[in-house]
Design a protein around this ligand. Structure first.
Ligand code: NAD
Length: 477
């Protein structure tokens, strides 16, 4: 049996003539159908968002916050249903899908409790100068397929709290849970405040060039991010771009391998490697390399890769066929280049987009598996001996999303961390996104930040209000 989902435009259910197939990546079976929205539905969604804007931006902040929190509560109340949808469409195990759904609910709660600051920068006898925060207008939010709920709400929640209205587009590979959240929102938010539309490859470019959208918040690959920026330039849209990464982790020779290797294993292979901040190049000091490699190999060989809905599964499939084929091609490239494998490397052809957890043993720095963002269960383990050299290798990439340094001497690790060109540096801990700190990429990993107050402010324009205290007189009544 397959499920049907509808778009939400102006608080109403909207269906289309054509549909996207929602595919379970563990079985390759069609599990549902989602609207294939095009120009007509996008125009309607933007018109609804524009129509709702004056009322929503005039709604007191406390009321907007309460409604966004209520949406979070509704997501949390439906967590079991949404979690099953995420596992079915995305592939990840139930526990990870629950974390994705509850992460989305949490962002509604976090932003639903955040204040928009008014800064008084001058209060002199002559004048008072305030910097207020005005909403930007209609926000187009474009989400990827790796954490469909959490990354969508990380955009929609702050955008709405700041007084904007939203047109949210999930990835065509994972539209179901997001469309379901749109259905829940119909009962909570005023019509037109949150519109959710799914569609194929043409819909994203239509959004980024739509004259009625004032800001695009995009999470996805760097290649697509470049196209988004180009397209958005025509109407000078505000932009937040959260893009790809090729995060390096550097392990110093003084660590306890038994403590650190399992944490880095999880940091690299969590969500089957499909995490923007996952460790994608792991540099281990030569003194401990062999022991570290053996521990990582054992962990990879004993991990259970399978259908996320089956008990005991730790790692699901690749989410979609193009990504499966891309990572498979990288594994084949390593094989044909003669690299040695510490684990994995054997690929099979379905059913399901499954790949084994694969670790490549010290491949050359110039190899594709080191240079490219793999975004899958494939990790190069690399040897180093000289600190300056390993810092240079870690920085030698167009990306700058995250980086990690692990060492018993935390001061030394922190010093090395400060030399890494990345927006998020983690010392002796795996990657995380914190609600009180900005999350964003340097270099080609993005523009702007999400999370924290900085994320909220990215959905506003500063508005300087200068109030003169000089008398202007008044007409006699
Ligand atoms: P993608 O770039 O293929 O697609 C992302 C979204 O953009 C989808 O909704 C897609 O439909 C849409 N899209 C595609 N072409 C478009 C266009 N020309 N104009 C506008 N929209 C378009 O990315 P993906 O494969 O879904 O996600 C994987 C990538 O996302 C990886 O590179 C990963 O590192 C990155 N990512 C980054 C972050 C971050 O916060 N920095 C988080 C998660 C994923």
């Amino acid at each position: 049996m397959t499920a049907s989902f509808t778009a939400t435009i102006d608080g109403k259910s909207v269906d289309t003539h054509d549909h996207l197939e929602v595919i379970n990546p563990a079985t390759e079976e069609v599990i549902g159908h989602a609207p294939d929205c095009g120009e007509e539905e996008l125009d309607a969604a933007v018109a609804a968002a524009q129509g709702a804007l004056p009322g929503w931006r005039a709604t007191p902040l406390a009321e907007r916050q309460a409604l966004v929190r209520a949406l979070g509560d509704a997501i949390a109340a439906h967590h079991d249903e949404l979690m099953r949808l995420v596992t079915a469409e995305q592939g990840k195990p139930f526990a990870d899908a629950t974390a994705d759904v509850m992460g989305g609910a949490a962002w509604c709660g976090i932003y639903g409790s955040m204040e928009l600051p008014v800064a008084v920068v001058e209060d002199s006898p002559e004048r008072r100068v305030e910097v207020r925060r005005a909403p930007i207008g209609v926000v187009g939010a474009i989400a990827p397929w790796n954490f469909p709920v959490m990354l969508a709400m990380l955009k929609a929640a702050p955008a709405m709290v700041a007084g904007n209205t939203v047109v949210l587009k999930p990835s065509p590979f994972t539209p179901a849970a997001t469309l379901r959240i749109g259905e829940l929102a119909r009962e909570i938010l005023p019509p037109g405040v949150l519109n959710v539309i799914s569609g194929g490859d043409r819909l994203g470019p239509l959004m980024t060039s739509h004259p009625g959208i004032d800001k695009i918040s995009f999470t996805g690959s760097t290649a697509t991010g470049r196209r988004v920026m180009e397209s958005a330039s025509a109407s000078l849209k505000r932009l937040t771009l959260e893009l790809g990464g090729n995060d390096a982790a550097i392990v110093l020779p003084d660590v306890d391998v038994d403590v650190v290797a399992p944490q880095l294993f999880a940091a690299a292979f969590g969500n089957t490697g499909q995490i923007c901040l996952a460790v994608k190049r792991l540099y281990v000091h030569a003194d401990i390399y062999d022991r570290f490699a053996a521990t990582m190999a054992n962990l990879a060989k004993s991990a259970k890769v399978g259908d996320g809905s089956e008990q005991g599964t730790q790692f699901g499939p690749m989410q979609n066929k193009p990504q499966y084929l891309r990572v498979k091609a990288l594994i084949e490239d390593s094989k044909s280049s003669g690299h040695a494998f510490l684990a994995g490397g054997e690929t099979t052809d379905g059913p399901g987009y499954f790949l084994p957890l694969t670790i490549v043993d010290n491949p050359p720095e110039t190899s594709r598996v080191v240079q490219e963002e793999q975004f899958g269960p494939l990790l190069p383990l690399l040897k180093w001996t000289d600190v300056d050299d390993v810092v240079a290798r870690a920085n030698q990439t167009e990306y700058g999303l995250g980086a990690q340094v692990w060492g018993a001497d935390a001061e030394w690790a922190t010093e090395i961390g400060a030399r890494l060109e990345a927006g998020n540096v983690f010392i002796n801990q795996p990657q995380t996104i914190l609600p009180n700190a900005p999350f964003g990429g340097h270099k080609s990993s993005g523009i702007g930040s999400e999370s924290s107050l900085e994320g909220l402010l990215s959905y506003t324009n500063p508005q300087t209000v200068v109030i003169s205290k000089a008398p202007v007189g008044a007409t006699a009544a």
